[in-house]
Design a protein around this ligand. Structure first.
Ligand code: GAR
Length: 210
């Protein structure tokens, strides 16, 4: 796998709305981020992410273990789509499935996930979306945040690339906290990609340092 190019091809995986995909594509269109949005793969044929990507010039694919016949076949299909678009960076934009070994190996050190908490807190199996915010609110913590990390074969586990804090207010409920965390995600992801493209963040160094 070559080093990240000056203007990388970025492909996305998303299960629901793909809010981070939308923010990254907006940053590219606004000239803030030098990259090319290529394909969107979703395990959910009815997802908002697929509808949005279709209307915004990305190639879209529905890939799931059910549609492909097995987890292994889905894994192979994902690699083949990502390769077809010469993908340099894979962005998991709210993708609620574990990636298979073929994808992890083919794009090792080049797959970024966003998690709505300050990992290693509130990560792991079952910790996604509103379940994260429910646990955070129950804990009594006064601060949460956002983490972007390289993906490995464990949920929410790979080396951290960037983090940003988000304050918790006494009257917060899951919906208000989700909105505030997602607003921070949509700043942090484009900005982190911009720093990767500019060379300020070196993914190889981060992957090697673990
Ligand atoms: C985002 O907040 C993302 O950080 C989170 O799911 C949400 C997806 O929202 N991801 C995880 O929890 C991964 N462990 P969206 O479907 O509205 O884009």
């Amino acid at each position: 796998m070559p080093l990240v190019s000056f203007c990388p091809n970025v492909s996305f995986l998303a299960s629901h709305n793909g809010s981070n995909m939308r923010a990254i594509v907006a940053a590219i269109r606004n000239g803030i981020l030098n990259a090319v949005p290529r394909a969107l793969i979703s395990n959910n044929a009815g997802s908002g992410a697929i509808a949005w990507a279709q209307n915004n010039g990305l190639s879209t694919y529905h890939v799931s273990a059910t549609s492909k016949g097995s987890e292994m076949a889905a894994d192979t299909a994902i690699v083949s789509i990502l390769r077809r678009y010469n993908t340099d960076i894979v962005v998991l934009a709210g993708y609620m499935r574990k990636l298979g070994p073929e994808t992890l190996q083919a794009f090792s050190g080049r797959i970024l996930n966003i998690h709505p908490a300050l990992l290693p807190k509130y990560g792991g199996k079952g910790m996604y979306g509103r379940f994260v915010h429910q646990s955070v609110l129950k804990s009594g913590d006064t601060q949460t945040g956002v983490t972007i990390h390289l993906v490995d074969d464990e949920y929410d586990h790979g080396p951290v690339v960037a983090q940003a804090p988000v304050g918790i207010y006494p009257d917060d409920v899951v919906e208000t906290l989700t909105a505030r965390v997602q607003a921070k995600e949509q700043e942090l992801f484009p900005e982190t990609l911009r720093r990767i493209v500019s060379g300020e963040i070196d993914l190889d160094k981060i992957a090697a340092a673990r």
